[in-house]
Write a new protein. Structure first.
Length: 118
């Protein structure tokens, strides 16, 4: 069983930045971030494979950057130019496969709240 521990959420004004971190207790293949806003389905924000291939939701391209440190089993999400519509609970996800889609997620983090005020 692998545990994912997230940190870095909080309250920020529109246009501001936040950095999320997620430390895994073991080595994983693809890792990523999902988010879920009230009344909406959970959606993929960004994913990254062990070799550094990335994918992003269209709504965050150019504003968010996902990265990872394999030596630390940690994935990061740098969020810039935040908008009120980015407000959601952000979940770290990890897969044993080299692709980050919801059907390949093996482990989830507990979630961290990101609130962007207008």
């Amino acid at each position: 069983q692998v545990q994912l521990v997230e940190s870095g959420g909080g309250l920020v004004q529109a246009g501001g930045s936040l950095r999320l971190s997620c430390a895994a207790s073991g080595s994983m293949n693809a890792m990523g971030w999902y988010r879920q806003a009230p009344g909406k389905q959970r959606e993929l924000v960004a994913g990254i494979t062990r070799v550094g291939n990335t994918n992003y939701a269209d709504s965050v391209k150019g504003r968010f950057t996902i990265s990872r440190d394999n030596a630390k089993n940690t994935v990061y999400l740098q969020m810039n130019s935040l908008k009120p519509e980015d407000t959601a609970v952000y979940y770290c996800a990890a897969s044993r496969k080299p692709i980050m889609v919801v059907t390949t997620v093996a482990y989830w983090g507990q979630g961290t709240q990101v609130t962007v005020s207008s």
